[in-house]
Structures are given as structure tokens and as C-alpha cells.
Write a protein of this length. Structure first.
Length: 94
């Protein structure tokens, strides 16, 4: 499953057109203060974004993390947090 994280001035819906081209199911999240996720952008932290993504993400054995712009910075600590569920481009678990 792809877990997609948007950039600073977007929301999870930015991935809508991309999802139809992916070979696996995908889940696009809204970071706090974006899209349908409430939050104060003045106090947004990476830790808060990671916590919310972990809470929102569907339970899946394997994840492929994709982040755009700010989303790429958010998925780095997310990868540490979910290390046992992350796969590389070949499908192998790290």
C-alpha cells in the first residue's frame, strides 16, 4: 500500500489523479492544518504530523511511503516509526 503525504500548501486530495495510476492501493493523508485535518499551522510540528499519520493510516503489512516537498520531510521520521512495515521499490521489507 502506498501512503502519500502532500506538500506544505496542499492537502491529501493533491494525490487524487496519481492514485489511479498506482499498481497498489493508496492512502493519502491530510497533515494537521490542511484539507480536512484541523490544526494550527503556526504550531505545526513534524512530530504532530507523524503522530496523526500513524493514527490515521490503515493497518497494512507493508507500506511504500511517498512524500512531496514538506511531505518528504515528514515521511523520514515516519519511516523510523513504522520501520517494520516499510518496503523498498522491489517490495522487500527493509
Amino acid at each position: 500500500m502506498f501512503l502519500l503525504v502532500h506538500g506544505r500548501h496542499a492537502g491529501g486530495r493533491v494525490w487524487d489523479d496519481v492514485i489511479s495510476f498506482l499498481a497498489l492501493p493508496a492512502f493519502a493523508v491530510d497533515l494537521p492544518g490542511h484539507g480536512s485535518c484541523p490544526g494550527d499551522l503556526a504550531t505545526l510540528s513534524f512530530a504532530e504530523g507523524v503522530r496523526d499519520i500513524v493514527a490515521e493510516s490503515p493497518v497494512a503489512e507493508r507500506l511504500i511511503l511517498v512524500g512531496h516537498s514538506l511531505g518528504a520531510a515528514v515521511i523520514l521520521p515516519l519511516a523510523d516509526r513504522l520501520a517494520e512495515r516499510i518496503v523498498d521499490e522491489s517490495g522487500e521489507i527493509f
